[in-house]
Structure formats: structure tokens, C-alpha cells
Design a protein around this ligand. Structure first.
Ligand code: PMP
Length: 451
């Protein structure tokens, strides 16, 4: 019997993928990617018609879900009018996107340099900081992810850096605050904050303040575990930057554009960096786009001296039209406020209740639509559950957890011993509750590995 046409189509997509697509961060022969037939709102589905609620928002970027009709229409309209145009021209979609972004970024971050995504935004922020200060070194934290291009991966703290680390990138890593696994033997958030700031200032002293161009931080470190900085930490870093003439760069590639229930995570802490990177949520990832929001002080450096950097597709009209539509949709539909409300009223109480019942949950942390569950073997020792095996070759507790969620129609975000609850910011309350109920079931699987 020949398989049904839609199953044949799925098999053909999969076969061509396996033959020719070289996948990110993967051992090519050990992966088994799902063939996706379609996506809408908070869901996507395979060729067999099995639907998944996307608690991962893709790679934490579909902040308004898939296929929002207004954004799709805006892309189509722009494609019909002017699909592309080189960066050195003033183009309506580009100017309007820059205006809408600058209107929402904190403080005087009023000039926008557009990139194709997050990593190149980080590359350019670092270049701007080095040129502005004339200094070589950049400081970033061990628990961070800043992208896969050379400078961005050098800045990245997570072990994905090791394979590409040239060792001469002028990057110095330090420890940010994270009370649950404190490097500073702290017992309270206040201690963690004070000691982390003292550690940063000591690092600068030993590196030589006059050699440090920038401190690059994720406002809320995302991939590394959604570690909400303690009150006062970012304000303290701001003070240190001002004291030593260091450029403060906040990376909001993941945390920005509604994810935290505010337009930017920096708004939660009332802090204004000198440069701020963004990507992902700026247009829900419908067309690749990122950028750097630049303060007046740094823009001034390049007022009469050319900025030595650019990209063919900088401010691509299709991507910018998608950004304009996305930002307008977020404003018109109150999506940022929705994320804040559902985070506080639905996600937080539900996750705290799950933590009470499931011994595998070591800690719950987050805000808005940006939550992490730290899964542990033992709550007392905080020993992590054995990480997810992305190759799918060996059953680990985290892969068993993920498999359970998937079998019940929920696609979880899993990294190391953590699962992140990071759905689209406009997910409905009913969808969210459906996802949380499946998490409950999948956590029972994780519980089996606790001791
Ligand atoms: N910075 C942060 C904080 C990120 O989360 C990411 C992507 N996950 C990047 C930079 C890199 O962005 P991109 O993959 O678009 O290059």
C-alpha cells in the first residue's frame, strides 16, 4: 500500500534534509529532526497531523506566535512594493522600524544600527565600544550566550565557546550573580549582589581599568538559565562602568521585545546601558533582523568619523516591514501587558505549585513569559539531573522528560538540566494551562530519577 500523499511529502522533506542540510550545533549523523508541515499561533504540526504547543517559541523568538495575519500581510505588502534596497538609502520600512524601536528603548538609545540577527549585533556593539574608548578588552560572564560568530562566541561563557576560542580575542570572563549556585558562598540575594559587584570591580582592577572597553551582559541571562539579577546588580554595574569610563552593553537579543512582560528587560531594573543589542522578538523572527540601539554619547563618536562596519542586508526592507507590523501588533493587542499578567497570575503560581509536588524541581525563576525550572537529582545537594542528550542516542533523565512532554503534544525548551517555559507572549490562558498540565505529567517522569 502506498502511503498517503501528505505522509509521502513529509518523508521527502525529511529525506532531503538528511541528505543535504547541515544542522547547527549537531553531530550530523546522530540527529533526527522533526519534519514540520505548518505552524499557526502557539502551535505547529508534523505531516501526520500531530500538533505541538510550542513552549519554546522556536528558539525563544516567536514572541507573537506563528503566522500572525497582520505581520504576514505587511511582509506581503512590502514584497509587492519593494522587496529589498541597499542600506545607504533612506527607505520607509527601515526608517519607521528604527523610529518605533528608538521610541521604546530606554533612555537616549535613539539610533539604530540594523544587523541580520543577534550575534552580529553583539559583534558591532563590541566594535563600537572599542572604537569609542580606544581600549581593547571586553568583559562578559561565564554563564552567558552571545551568539555563534567569532567575537560573539568568544564572549559567550557556555562551553560552546571552547571549540572556537582563539584565546586572543581580548575577552575576559567573570562570574555574574546566581544565588542558587553561588560562586560567592552567598546566602542571600543582597550578599550575592554585593559580592558579585565586588568581584567585577576586582576583575577590572587586575585587568587594568584603562584597558577595558566594555562590559557585555545579558540583562537577564537566557540560554544559561533565566537568572534574574538581584535588585541593585545592574545599577551597580552601571556605576562601575561610569567610574572607569567603560561602555555598558546590555544584550537583549532574547530578553527584549515583551519577553519579560516589559518592552525590554532593562525596564524591570530601571537601567540604561550605552549600547543595547536586540533581534528575535523585534519581528517575532518572521524575517531575520537584529540590531544595536546606540546612545547619544556613542553615536557622537561617529558623527564626523565614519563607522567602519556594515552589512549588505542591514535594515532589509522585508525584515523591517515585519518589525513595524510586529511592534504595532504588540502595542495594539497589549501583548506586553498580557505577558506580564499571565506570567504573574498563571505561570508563576502554577510553577511554584509544581515545585511543591515534584522533587525534581530545584528552583523556579523568571518573569513574564520567561521562566526556568532547574531540575535536580536531589534538592539538598542541588546536583543537576543528567543533561538532555541532543543526539537522542542515549536516554537521559532530561531526554525522558522531553520525550514525555512531546508525546503529550507539548514542545519543551530543554537545555542542560533545565526546562524553560518561554511560550509566545500572546499565548492564550487556556493554551498556557494546557502546557502547564503536560509539564506536570512530564515532571513525574523526571521525578523517577531523583534520589
Ligand atoms: N545574544 C543572546 C542573548 C541570545 O540569546 C542569542 C541567541 N540565542 C544571541 C545573542 C545570538 O543571536 P543569533 O542566533 O540571532 O545570532
Amino acid at each position: 500500500m502506498t502511503p498517503e500523499p501528505h505522509l509521502q511529502a513529509g518523508a521527502a522533506v525529511k529525506a532531503a534534509d538528511r541528505a543535504h542540510v547541515f544542522h547547527s550545533w549537531s553531530a550530523q549523523e546522530l540527529i533526527d529532526p522533526l519534519a514540520v508541515a505548518g505552524a499557526e499561533g502557539s502551535y505547529f504540526w508534523d505531516y501526520e497531523g500531530k500538533r505541538y504547543l510550542d513552549l519554546a517559541s522556536g528558539l525563544v523568538y516567536t514572541n507573537i506566535g506563528y503566522q500572525h495575519p497582520k505581520v504576514v500581510a505587511a511582509i506581503q505588502e512590502q514584497a509587492g512594493r519593494m522587496t529589498t534596497f541597499a542600506p545607504a538609502f533612506a527607505v520607509e520600512a527601515r526608517s519607521e522600524a528604527a523610529r518605533l524601536i528608538a521610541e521604546r528603548t530606554p533612555g537616549d538609545l535613539d539610533k539604530i544600527f540594523f544587523t541580520n540577527g543577534g550575534a552580529d549585533a553583539v559583534e558591532h556593539a563590541v566594535r563600537m565600544a572599542r572604537l569609542h574608548t580606544g581600549r581593547p578588552k571586553v568583559l562578559s560572564t561565564y554563564r552567558s550566550y552571545h551568539g555563534g560568530t567569532q567575537q560573539a562566541v568568544n564572549l559567550t561563557g557556555d562551553p560552546r565557546r571552547w571549540a572556537s576560542d582563539s584565546g586572543t580575542a581580548g575577552v575576559v570572563h567573570f562570574w555574574g550573580p546566581f544565588l542558587y549556585r553561588s560562586r560567592f558562598y552567598a546566602e542571600t540575594e543582597e550578599q550575592e549582589c554585593a559580592r558579585a559587584l565586588e568581584h567585577l570591580e576586582t576583575t577590572i582592577a587586575f585587568e587594568g581599568p584603562a584597558s577595558v572597553a566594555a562590559i557585555v551582559l545579558e540583562t537577564v541571562p537566557g540560554t544559561a538559565g533565566i537568572m534574574m539579577p538581584p535588585a541593585g546588580y545592574l545599577a551597580g554595574v552601571r556605576e562601575i562602568c561610569d567610574k572607569y569610563g567603560i561602555v555598558f552593553v546590555l544584550d537583549e537579543v532574547m530578553a527584549g521585545f515583551g519577553r519579560t512582560g516589559t518592552w525590554f528587560a532593562a525596564d524591570l531594573y530601571d537601567v540604561v546601558p550605552d549600547l543595547m543589542t536586540f533581534a528575535k522578538g523585534v519581528n517575532s523572527g518572521y524575517v531575520p533582523l537584529g540590531g544595536v540601539a546606540i546612545s547619544a554619547k556613542i553615536a557622537e563618536t561617529f558623527a564626523e568619523r565614519p563607522y567602519p562596519g556594515g552589512l549588505t542586508y542591514s535594515g532589509h526592507p522585508l525584515a523591517c516591514a515585519a518589525a513595524v507590523a510586529t511592534i504595532n501588533v504588540m502595542a495594539e493587542e497589549g501583548i506586553v501587558e498580557h505577558a506580564a499578567r499571565l506570567g504573574a497570575e498563571v505561570v508563576e503560581p502554577a510553577l511554584r505549585e509544581l515545585a511543591e509536588r515534584h522533587p525534581s524541581v530545584g528552583e523556579v525563576r523568571g518573569t513574564g513569559m520567561f521562566w526556568a525550572l532547574e531540575l535536580v537529582k536531589n534538592r539538598q545537594t542541588r546536583e543537576p539531573l543528567v543533561p538532555y542528550n541532543a543526539t537522542g542516542q542515549a536516554a537521559t533523565p532530561m531526554s525522558a522528560f522531553a520525550a514525555s512532554a512531546k508525546s503529550h503534544g507539548v514542545w519543551p525548551f530543554v537545555n542542560m538540566n533545565r526546562t524553560h517555559v518561554v511560550p509566545p507572549c500572546n499565548i492564550s490562558e487556556a493554551e498556557l494551562k494546557e502546557g502547564l498540565a503536560v509539564l506536570d505529567t512530564a515532571l513525574s517522569v523526571a521525578d523517577e530519577y531523583t534520589e
